[in-house]
Design a protein around this ligand. Sequence first.
Ligand code: ADP
Ligand code: SF4
Length: 680
Amino acid sequence: MSHPFEILFEPVQIGPVVAPNRFYQVPHCNGLGYRMPRAHAAMRAMKAEGGWGVVCTEEVEIHYTSDLMPYVEGRLWSDSDIPALQIMADAVHEHGALAGLELTHAGHHSMNLYSRATSLGLRSIGNLHYHPGQTRRMDKEDIRNVRRWHREAALRAKRAGFDIIYCYAAHNLSMAMHFLLPRYNDRTDEYGGSLENRVRFLRELIEDTKDAVGDRCAVAVRLAVDELLGEEGITHQGEGHDIVAMLAELPDLWDVNISAWENDSAPSRWEKEGYQEKYISFVKSLTTKPVVGVGRYTSPESMVSAIRRGVMDLIGAARPSIADPFLPQKIQQERVEDIRECIGCNICVVGDLLAVPIRCTQNPTMGEEWRRGWHPEMIAARKSENPVLVVGGGPAGLECARALGQRGYTVVLTEAHRELGGRVALESQLPGLSEWRRVVDWRLTQIEKMDIISVYPGSSMSRTDILEAGIPNIIIATGADWRSDGLGRTLWKPIPGYDLPHIFTPDNIMKGQFPKGRVVIYDDDHYYMGGILAELLATQGCQVTLVTPATLISHWSQFTLEQERVQRRLMKLGVALFTQSTLDTIHADSVILSHTVSGSLSEYPCDAVVLVTDRISNDALYLELAPDLARGKLASLRVIGDAEAPNLIAQATFSGHLAAREFDEAPQEGIPFKIEYIGL
Ligand code: ADP
Ligand code: SF4
């Protein structure tokens, strides 16, 4: 019988090279880059091992005038940068995949904070990120230089062993895209004005690259075919279409998407699988060259459908390959239920935007391949027959139980509620977060397959219950509750009035106790919870006001690329927004707002207050059991996840995974991971 997803495993010719299948890890940032090349190579190699036929770098700076610091990307400024990338290409090749490299000169996007070179732009324009510097307007010699640097970097990429070399014109982040856009390109020479002139630079880059490396390497173009800006930008019915038509047969591969990055990598709260199809599906009608597209595909049926419908030839993925580097292999082995599906939370994106190593909510091994030697599918076998009792079935407890079971330990998992999943079971019912449920579903599916894990829902454990259970190894994963007194990052004393009856916490609301009328939400958490409760209550007819000490609504969600969407939605729903404000006092029918800078006070009427501030760990059980460990009644005791320290769901799955890996192992002295020192 033929394989149900056979088409996904067909090889695809890309210029002079052949991709072994249609699984294509498109370029994606990761915060490792040139600074942690071994970690970077190991992370990419894991995807090749897991069956991705093509594995690409992130954007790679071609020259020191394109210095993207503080962001950590790839670099090919000189020959000295070749070895760091060569180890990635070699590692990817070891598993039979092709290695791709995305060259870029970032133009006015680069601030050159390290190189201190003058930034180059099509006109003298302020750097992105509100950095108070401007570019020099490029002259013809500058253009010739950038072309030369691009060519030289392409030759270095070839020497490093890469098979596919990109010309990058997407995300509004590269000079080749800036040339296409009249809002940046006001040139009056042959590089400006008509579309043909604005396309000239990209055309030349493709020709230069083909000329330099095209004998052995495929030359790909990454192009934004729609910016979702209407007439202000590229559209797929307008210039996006025309650019592809003009260059149709020139590159060996078209990698097409929407811009800017927040549109391309939209979280699941805003866009669902396949959301880019309507923008990119025209491309294949204009070219015979293979087309790759993205859209957070995690289901093989959707992938096959996208290919059969002629939307794309190769299934591009960044996030699905991060959440599950072994996604292709699992499809090939018809183990679709084992796919650890991306939940679309964008915690992976935070790594790039905060210039720290990538991490993933679903895949706790992401970024840990080299420094901790973690493999997403393999784990050390058990060291003893010791059984383990895990108390609490949230993301930390579930991951810990699952990974202990994978090691071969006998595990008893107890959960106070009838439904497993802890905070994820609750939060995934909030507007737009249904895909977050995958954190629980994947773990439960895996746990159900293991006879050695016994799950007891509806079993709230006390100290006595635990001691009577007779299992001497205890892992406490009892989570945390939202505070109801207002203490948090900003306020260190309870807000006067916090004990009035019309005060709510996110826990109250998620458990179905809803405020009515005029509701003030005080958000000192700064991620999704405050904004999402405002949305929920506004759609239920409350008159909502969101108050935050930060300068932005849902401040931290800018790092998951959704701050503007959150704010836009709240504005549309008529939510009143107050930034740089705290609650000074809560009265029965009003609150007193305090401005964080001026200290000025103002009274604001309301019928209910929701406090979204710090959380309190449920660590009482752990603290009660600690003396039993000291007295030798228990062999081991560990607290993990939010019960240890409230944090992201990503930290809970990591914490559970770490505890499972470390169980029964000798404690390590010193730093528990390898550190990369480069250039010494
Ligand atoms: P984390 O993010 O650390 O996994 P959660 O709050 O999501 O934390 O999950 C903690 C889970 O632990 C919740 O489902 C909660 O019902 C459960 N729990 C808390 N105390 C007990 C207890 N004494 N016995 C069993 N389960 C408990
Ligand atoms: Fe997907 Fe979230 Fe993992 Fe990123 S961090 S790959 S969005 S699950």
